[in-house]
Design a protein around this ligand. Structure first.
Ligand SMILES: Nc1ncnc2c1ncn2[C@@H]1O[C@H](COP(=O)(O)OP(=O)(O)OP(=O)(O)O)[C@@H](O)[C@H]1O
Ligand SMILES: [Mg+2]
Length: 208
């Protein structure tokens, strides 16, 4: 039986994560791989979707930073135990739009909560099953927010001040240097070019 792989896509608002995941999924399925595509916060089940609504609703402006972190992590546990781990056991390639590094970048670098606590909470939430590969899409905050804005109205986190988004971007850049499992991508290029780079790295991981 083929081993499962956990691949996460990370990066600031409007970096092109959803766009690239769509293209990656299509390319892998064409090559015969069994893929599960998911996202955080919200992927998993009805409960995680409700947690996502709480997190992103502008009605909850002013939520405590710690509450934001706990809600993100609550959704993560549900997602990992109910969806991701079973899919990995079945040998699937799981591609997840945002995961543990978004908690570090947003609640850690962005909100200023202690990185060590977030890392420990992440480890607990994912039962120690770290991603095999984390693709970090880097985009300048102004360009990213402009892209995100064109898509729909801004959610509670997207509407944060530019300063916050600069810290988040810097956080992702720092994280990308923390180990072999990270792969940093310049996402200010053309969609097709980024896709080819991502696909090349993923095929290397899965041994194609
Ligand atoms: N490389 C690119 N160049 C120009 N526009 C892009 C590029 N990649 C994506 N876009 C466009 O930018 C917008 C945001 O892209 P997308 O939704 O994929 O980003 P995201 O990282 O998933 O954003 P979010 O964090 O808001 O979920 C979309 O309208 C998309 O078509
Ligand atoms: Mg997206």
């Amino acid at each position: 039986m083929k081993p499962g792989y956990l691949i996460t896509l990370e990066g600031p608002e409007g970096a092109g994560k959803s766009t690239q995941i769509g293209l990656l999924e299509e390319a892998l399925v064409l090559r015969g791989y069994s893929v599960l595509r998911s996202y955080e916060p919200g992927g998993g089940n009805a409960l995680t979707k409700k947690i996502r609504e709480l997190l992103l609703s502008r009605d909850n402006a002013g939520m405590c930073e710690e509450t934001e972190l706990f809600l993100m992590l609550a959704a993560r546990v549900e997602h990992v135990k109910k969806l991701i781990l079973p899919a990995l056991r079945e040998g699937k390639i799981v591609i997840c739009d945002r995961f543990i590094d978004s908690s570090l970048a947003y609640q850690g670098y962005g909100r200023g909560l202690p990185l060590k606590i977030i890392s420990d909470m992440n480890q607990f939430a994912i039962r120690g099953r770290y991603p095999d590969l984390t693709l970090i899409l880097d985009v300048n905050s102004e360009i990213g927010l402009e892209r995100a804005k064109n898509k729909a109205g801004l959610d509670r986190i997207e509407m944060e001040k530019l300063d916050f988004h600069h810290r988040v971007r810097e956080g992702f850049l720092q994280l990308s240097e923390e180990g072999e499992q990270y792969y940093l991508i310049d996402a200010m290029r053309e969609v097709g070019q980024i896709h080819l780079e991502i696909l090349g790295r993923v095929l290397k991981l899965v041994g194609a």
